[in-house]
Design a protein around this ligand. Structure first.
Ligand SMILES: NC(=O)c1ccc[n+]([C@@H]2O[C@H](COP(=O)([O-])OP(=O)(O)OC[C@H]3O[C@@H](n4cnc5c(N)ncnc54)[C@H](O)[C@@H]3O)[C@@H](O)[C@H]2O)c1
Length: 142
């Protein structure tokens, strides 16, 4: 249905075995993309990469901490050096936590802050590396 042949697609948070990002990465790989598995969990990165490659599709893994500017800049440089371009960003990395009836507004706000890992510096770094070319970006921009 979708054709992402030769598109370089980065999916953050795709190193979780039960996660949404892993499913998204598999979907883009099946559509022909060169998928970049980017997660702070190195073992998880390896797992998703192996799964996609075993199915005959293209994936590469990079350890990335979205919340760390040095990690972000090194990651963007490494991807750009290796693949020459970035076409699509899927900003999925985050922390899922249940809200319970014991939460008050303060605790809820703290949870929200933790859960929504800020993707803006990462997004900015990807765009700057790309000299004005359009990059499609999905979800959690800030
Ligand atoms: N599962 C749900 O019901 C649900 C509902 C609404 C929103 N979400 C959001 O969807 C996204 C994925 O959810 P999930 O259930 O697949 O979560 P998950 O915990 O299974 O996977 C999240 C992945 O993000 C990675 N990650 C966390 N912080 C990171 C960082 N700073 N840098 C790089 N990687 C980081 C983790 O290592 C993990 O592999 C999250 O952003 C979550 O907040 C999930």
């Amino acid at each position: 249905m979708f054709d992402f042949k030769d598109q370089v697609v980065i999916v953050t948070g795709s190193g979780s075995k039960r996660g949404i990002g892993r499913g998204i990465a598999n979907m883009f790989a099946e559509a022909g993309a060169q998928v970049i598995i980017a997660d702070m969990n190195e073992q998880g990165c390896k797992y998703t990469v192996a799964e996609i490659q075993a199915a005959g599709y293209k994936a590469d893994g990079f350890v990335l901490n979205i919340a760390d500017e040095d990690s972000v800049n090194a990651f963007v440089k490494n991807v750009k050096d290796k693949y020459g371009k970035i076409d699509v960003l899927v900003n999925n990395a985050g922390i899922t936590q249940r809200v319970t009836s014991r939460y008050d507004a303060c605790r809820y706000e703290a949870r929200f802050q933790r859960q929504h890992v800020r993707h803006f510096p990462y997004h900015q770094s990807c765009c700057r590396s790309h000299e004005g070319k359009k990059i499609w970006s999905y979800r959690q921009l800030v």
